[in-house]
Design a protein around this ligand. Structure first.
Ligand code: FEO
Length: 170
C-alpha cells in the first residue's frame, strides 16, 4: 500500500490483494503438480489460463482507467514520466499465455516431454513472479502518490469505484 494513502482513494491495493492471492495459488499448485500425469497437467493448465487471463484483464483495466488518465494529466501539465508510459509495455503476460497453450500439446506427448515442459513452465512462472510483485509495488509506491499529487480526492474516489467495478462486478 502507498504510504499515507487514504483507503477511499487507494486504487491499487484491493485489486493487488486479489492478484497476490492468485500468485500464491499458482506457486502452490506448480509445486504439487505431477507433470507426468496428464490429468494433473491439464488441471494446472486450465487454472493457470484462468489466472493469466485475469492478470491480463487487470492490466487492461489499469491501462484504461488509471495509466491513460495519469498520462494525459501529466501531458497537460507538460510533465515527462517514462515509467508511466512503459509500465505495461512488455509481453510477459502474452509469453506465459502462449507457453500455457503449448502445454496442451504436451498432454499428447511422452512423460519425459511433459516433465521437461514442467521444468520450463516452473522457471517461466518464477521469472514472471519476480517481476510482477515489484511491478505491483511500484504501482502502489510510485504511481499512487503521483495520482494523489495530480488528481483531486473526488476524482480518485470516482476512479477507484470504476477500477473496482471493472475488476469485481461483472
Ligand atoms: Fe497492477 Fe500493472 O499490475
Amino acid at each position: 500500500m502507498a504510504p499515507n494513502c487514504p483507503e477511499e482513494v487507494d486504487v491499487f491495493t484491493v485489486p493487488h490483494s486479489r492478484m497476490k492471492e492468485l500468485v500464491q495459488k499458482y506457486l502452490d499448485m506448480i509445486i504439487s503438480t505431477n507433470f507426468s500425469d496428464v490429468f494433473h497437467l491439464t488441471t494446472l493448465l486450465k487454472n493457470l489460463l484462468n489466472t493469466f487471463h485475469e492478470f491480463k484483464a487487470h492490466e487492461q483495466i489499469e491501462n484504461k482507467y488509471i495509466m491513460k488518465k495519469l498520462k494525459s494529466k501529466l501531458k497537460a501539465l507538460s510533465i515527462q514520466n517514462t515509467a508511466v508510459c512503459n509500465c505495461h509495455k512488455d509481453n510477459k503476460l502474452t509469453d506465459i499465455l502462449s507457453l500455457l497453450e503449448d502445454g496442451y500439446q504436451c498432454t499428447k506427448k511422452s512423460d519425459v516431454e511433459r516433465i521437461n515442459y514442467g521444468i520450463k513452465l516452473r522457471k517461466a512462472l518464477e521469472d514472471f513472479t519476480q517481476d510482477f510483485i515489484p511491478h505491483m509495488e511500484e504501482e502502489e509506491e510510485v504511481f499512487q502518490p503521483l495520482l494523489m499529487k495530480y488528481f483531486t480526492f473526488e476524482e480518485l474516489r470516482e476512479l477507484k469505484a470504476q477500477v473496482l467495478e471493472q475488476h469485481f462486478e461483472k
